[in-house]
Design a protein around this ligand. Structure first.
Ligand code: IDP
Ligand code: MG
Length: 139
């Protein structure tokens, strides 16, 4: 069944000039971009996005990182898109990510790990609505 997931190419990956490589990996895996936005998040925007992690010790550092430079926010559409994108990304810690994954290729450490991907249908729906009005999504 076709579903949508939210992906973010994080500031570390944009600085490394691998936007193209990452989008190529999505497309090769059958994940079609149906909305795309380049932006610099206000710190408050990052804090709202990562609100579930508010009580974690890395929360402030994470939000500073996520607002430190341009990101590319995308909606990806495809069969099983949420799990497919998580598989493509690899584990949160790039040192533990499988070979061939985006984080193994481009992540530096558990914080600067190149990409975000929604982890469930509920969070995908929430995260998509956080960045995109429905009218900006291609059919
Ligand atoms: P995920 O991105 O693989 O879903 P989450 O546990 O949801 O991982 O964490 C959100 C983001 O917070 C991670 O992608 C990473 O950038 C950062 N993060 C997670 N755990 C740590 C940590 O232990 N130290 C520093 N940053 C972390
Ligand atoms: Mg997560």
């Amino acid at each position: 069944m076709s579903e949508r997931t939210l992906a973010i190419i994080k500031p570390d990956a944009v600085k490394k000039h691998v936007i193209g490589d990452i989008i190529h990996r999505y497309e090769q895996a059958g994940l079609r971009p149906v909305a795309m936005r380049m932006m610099v998040m206000a710190k408050q925007t990052a804090e709202g996005f990562y609100a579930v992690h508010k009580s974690r010790p890395f929360f402030d550092s994470l939000c500073t990182f996520m607002s430190s430079g341009p990101v590319v926010v995308l909606i990806l559409s495809g069969d099983n898109a949420i799990k497919k994108n998580r598989d493509l990304m690899g584990a949160t810690d790039p040192a533990k990510a499988d070979k061939g994954t985006i984080r193994a290729a481009h992540g530096a450490n558990i914080e600067f790990n190149a990409v975000h991907g929604s982890d469930s249908p509920e969070t995908a729906k929430q995260e998509i609505a956080y960045f995109f009005p429905e009218m900006d999504v291609v059919r």
